[in-house]
Design a protein around this ligand. Structure first.
Ligand code: ADP
Length: 486
């Protein structure tokens, strides 16, 4: 670059010298032609001007290096400024190019099991396919659907399937991708996402791991995350159910989400997806084994893979097939599955493979819950079905504490030992007891309230240990206890 500008400078010098000569010639010519009319002042002025030009040229020639350095510096600044400008432009372009819809080929046929979840979302597909059917009755659809469940249970897959079934564009964004370094960039991205989605409506906007932006505000402030969340709330308020944009968001931690997100008019519909139960696992295994030759019992494998997420099951079959290929065989055998199981078990944290004893403990926990609540409970269900009145009575509140405590007390009674299984249920029991004492002033001491209820439960469950064990066996067999079983 410096050589280049060197040449340029030389060229400039030559031009300057040339101009000086031309001027000199012109000057002499003018003097010659009109010497009679020239005033002495102009004569001297001309001479001085020419001398000035000449000395400037000589000076420039002598200081050529310095001038050149100065010019180069300026040039560099300009280029770095323009390259900054270019990067900024590129960032904006990146932003634009990151937000693109894809057309989804996934359908509900690709989603095995979780039929209740599919059922909940079928209505949305129907609305997108035939909006007039709903609109003529003035029915609006929820703007947002929140899918809640552990990783790998098919939240993304089902959202894609909704888009595929309705044949509408699918805008995928992960919550983390909104969290930018620069304040305002996340909000800008949210705006762009919604502008694009509205322009191609009907459309599905899917925000994976929404907790990355939707965490409760307060405490440590994070301007960027807050402005992004505020923008999301504004955008969601800014369109109605008729616009044809449906936002599906996924999280595995609904409890950390900001209440504003869960308020009416935003994510009104919530769909909970648990780890697949035995029937679901069988269907998922069958889906991934379709068209493959295998020599093992799928029912047995479904039974042995409790705790596996749907994603882990798909990986399991894939790994097993890899092993079969490695063996140069054409039939998938139990040994391939065993090899794959080890890989999935050690390689992936999300696959909690329970051994017989652990499974039994969990089954007793859930069976006790089913017995006390008299409602359906599956092996991997979280939370407790509780009484939900607007103005709960003191006894109703006590009943709810009992339900929260039932699992751990049940295990304590049946196994004659305390186990740390589910701290969330205990937290709920304690927070309800404290609320009875502190908010409603219905009792004096939360700890003794918990103690009394625990004692009552201990005696009730030990008197009915046979029933609990019967339910436990049903749970171990079916991974679910229905109301009829109780
Ligand atoms: P999540 O979003 O809940 O973390 P994904 O939807 O990303 O889970 O699932 C990951 C992969 O697991 C999917 O791409 C698919 O291969 C498989 N999978 C998950 N759920 C199912 C299901 N119900 N039926 C078939 N495959 C599934």
């Amino acid at each position: 670059m410096s050589q280049n500008s060197n040449k340029k400078l030389d060229k400039n010098m030559r031009l300057m010298a040339l101009s000086a000569i031309v001027l000199l010639v012109l000057f002499v010519y003018t003097l010659y032609k009109s010497s009679d009319h020239i005033q002495t002042d102009s004569y001297y002025f001309g001479i001085i001007f020419l001398l000035f030009l000449l000395s400037f040229a000589v000076f420039a020639r002598m200081k050529q290096d310095k001038i050149q350095k100065f010019l180069n510096k300026n040039k560099e600044q300009n280029t770095s400024f323009s390259s900054e400008l270019q990067t900024a432009q590129q960032n904006t372009e990146d932003l634009n190019s990151n937000i693109n819809a894809v057309s989804s080929n996934t359908t509900f046929n690709d989603v095995a099991g979780i039929s209740a979840v599919k059922g909940e979302l079928e209505e949305i597909v129907d609305f997108l396919n035939e909006p007039s059917k709903y609109m003529k009755h003035g029915v609006k659809l929820p703007k947002g659907v929140l899918l809640v469940g552990p990783p790998g249970v098919g939240k993304t897959l089902i959202a894609r399937a909704v888009a595929g079934e309705a044949d509408v564009p699918f805008f995928y964004q992960s919550g983390a991708s909104f969290v930018q370094i620069y304040v305002g960039m996340g909000a800008k991205k949210v705006r762009e996402l919604f502008t694009k989605a509205k322009a191609s409506a009907p459309a599905i906007v899917f925000i994976d791991e929404i907790d990355a932006i939707g965490k409760k505000r307060g405490g440590k402030t994070n301007d960027e995350r807050e402005s992004t969340l505020n923008e999301l709330l504004t955008q969601m308020d800014g369109f109605d159910g008729e616009s044809g944009v449906i936002v599906i968001a996924a999280t595995n931690k609904i409890e950390v989400l900001d209440e504003a997100l869960l308020r009416a008019g935003r994510f009104d519909r919530r769909v909970f997806i648990n780890l697949p139960n035995i029937e679901d696992r069988k269907k998922i295994l069958e889906l991934y084994l379709k068209g493959k030759h295998f020599e093992f019992d799928v029912d047995k494998l479904a039974l042995e893979t409790s705790g596996f997420s749907s994603a882990a099951l798909s990986t399991l079959i894939n790994e097993a097939l890899l092993n079969m290929i490695k063996r140069d065989a054409k039939v998938l055998e139990l040994d391939d599955i065993e090899v794959a199981k080890k890989k999935v078990e050690f390689g992936k944290k999300e696959a909690v493979l329970l051994n017989e004893e652990q499974k039994e403990i969990l089954a007793i926990y859930q069976a006790s819950k089913a017995y006390v609540t008299k409602s359906k409970v599956a092996l991997f269900d979280e939370g407790v079905s509780k009484l939900d009145s607007v103005y709960p009575s003191y006894n109703e509140l006590l009943e709810n504490i009992k339900r929260y405590l039932s699992g751990s007390i049940g295990v304590e009674v049946i196994k004659n030992e305390k186990y740390a299984i589910n701290s969330k249920d205990l937290e709920q029991a304690y927070s309800l007891a404290y609320s009875i004492v502190e908010d409603y002033k219905m009792a004096k001491d939360a700890d003794s309230l918990i103690e009394d209820i625990s004692n009552e439960l201990r005696s009730k469950l030990s008197h009915n240990a046979t029933d609990i064990n019967r339910l436990k066996n049903i749970m171990l067999k079916n991974e679910v206890i229905t109301a009829d079983d109780i």
